[in-house]
Write a protein that binds this ligand. Structure first.
Ligand code: SF4
Length: 421
């Protein structure tokens, strides 16, 4: 099989992994004689409409795998055509694509060949050769095999900008059903190795530079991420968000990526035959944003009665509709945390509100300049010349707000990228 055929098989096999966004890379220039950098033009983020990054060369080292995860097209029992790169193949491809300006870096994952340690060594060999032999300064994201030896995980972090270990499903019960060879405790243990190594590296470099973190940390400077598949089991959004919150809290993850399960050819009978609506993945990303930047907790975003996010309205609006007694909020008086809870008012708008109101009272005419999504926000806010009437009794509030939100459609498109909710 020639390298083009391998490339078409192994690039296609990698497309199911969503955890490849390259945000968070620290600036690094290539050493003299090397190529690539993570600054200057920076890591070029190209996102598909559903948020996936496409600027990296995204490959599997191989789609052979000794595991049999039901949701995966590369599982042992799948009839898919197999291929395998050598580490040198991947190094050559990365450099060729980079020189042609097609990519900003490499995202490399793999099926598990022989065993976890052997596979991890092969992945490390690619990253180490790129860095050491070719002075490659571009972005490298390595997928980490959970049960690889801790010293191999630490070695991977020396060469990669980001490491990710896919948790895949939110609970051990789900894993038992679809990926019985995987253990949540093992995955979390590997994440802890990455978390601790990042912390140690930062601390050591901070100490070396007189207490100031002066230069980029040498271990996985863009942190660690994971991916969760949505809709392959009947796990609710409440369970998924709780798992994500626990990973942010306990493992200091930079990102949890949600990937709507897509039915695969030759699928196992234990899987649903239809994919969940893509909007569910989008709502989970919005909820994730609310937890990371708006001060919401996972339990606030769903209810025991409705454990899945409302697909018709964004989760912040859904929360506001359930908590009408918290509104209206006076933009001229409320504190930051209450402002962040107003539908249609993003983090940057809150900063602008706090800044402008130091000098004068906010009025309706200011709201457009503050980039507030009026369709969603107006029923929930008070300004000097506006106060909504009868919010608490308005049984049709949801319908009215949803109708008015159509006006924010363009802004809602923006929010998918910026997280302004
Ligand atoms: S270990 Fe990874 S590549 Fe192998 S079957 Fe499971 S998900 Fe697929």
């Amino acid at each position: 099989m020639n390298i083009d055929e391998k490339l078409s098989i192994l690039a296609d096999a990698a497309k199911y992994d969503a955890s490849c966004a390259s945000s968070g890379a620290r600036g690094r220039r290539a050493a003299p004689g090397g190529i690539g950098s993570t600054d200057g033009t920076g890591i070029c983020h190209s996102y598909t409409p559903d948020g996936r990054c496409v600027s990296l060369l995204k490959l599997l080292l191989t789609n052979y795998c000794i595991y049999d995860c039901a949701y995966c097209i590369n599982r042992r029992s799948s009839g898919v055509r197999r291929a395998r790169f050598t580490p040198d193949d991947v190094v050559w491809l990365t450099l060729e694509f980079y020189r042609r300006n097609y990519i900003e870096g490499l995202f490399l994952s793999s099926g598990i060949i022989r065993d976890a340690d052997y596979t991890m060594e092969q992945l490390i060999a690619v990253a180490r050769t790129l860095r050491e032999t070719h002075g490659f300064g571009g972005y490298i994201h390595l997928k980490t095999i959970p049960n690889a030896a801790p010293e191999l995980i630490r070695e991977a972090g020396r060469w990669a900008d980001r490491l990710s270990i896919n948790v895949e499903l939110p609970t051990q019960t789900d894993l038992d059903a679809l990926a019985p060879e995987k253990e949540l405790t093992q995955i979390r243990r590997a994440m802890t190795v990455v978390k601790d190594s990042i912390a140690e590296s930062r601390e050591a470099r901070g100490v070396r530079h007189g207490g100031r973190p002066a230069s980029p940390p040498s271990f996985a400077p863009a942190g660690q991420a994971t991916q969760m598949i949505v809709g392959a089991t009947d796990a609710s959004d409440a369970v998924i968000l709780d798992a994500a919150a626990s990973l942010y809290r306990g493992q200091r993850l930079r990102r949890v990526y949600f990937s709507a399960f897509s039915p695969i050819p030759d699928a196992s009978s234990s899987l649903p035959v239809v994919a969940p609506p893509l909007v569910r993945e989008h709502r989970l990303y919005q909820a994730d944003w609310l937890m990371r930047f708006y001060g919401f907790t996972a339990p606030e975003l769903t209810t025991p009665h409705a454990p899945n996010l409302d697909l018709a309205v964004d989760p912040k609006l859904a929360w506001a509709l359930r908590n009408r007694e918290r509104f209206p909020v006076d933009l001229n008086a409320a504190d930051r945390s209450d402002l962040l809870r107003i539908p249609g008012v993003g983090v940057r708008s809150v900063e602008r509100i706090l800044s402008v109101r130091r000098w004068r009272r906010l009025r309706m005419e200011d709201l457009g300049r503050l980039r507030i999504a009026l369709g969603r926000a107006l029923p929930f806010i008070v300004v000097a010349d506006h106060s909504p009437r009868g919010l608490g009794d308005a049984l049709d509030l949801r319908e009215r707000v949803v109708r008015r939100s159509q006006l924010d459609l363009f802004a809602a498109g923006q929010s998918a990228r910026t997280g302004e909710l």
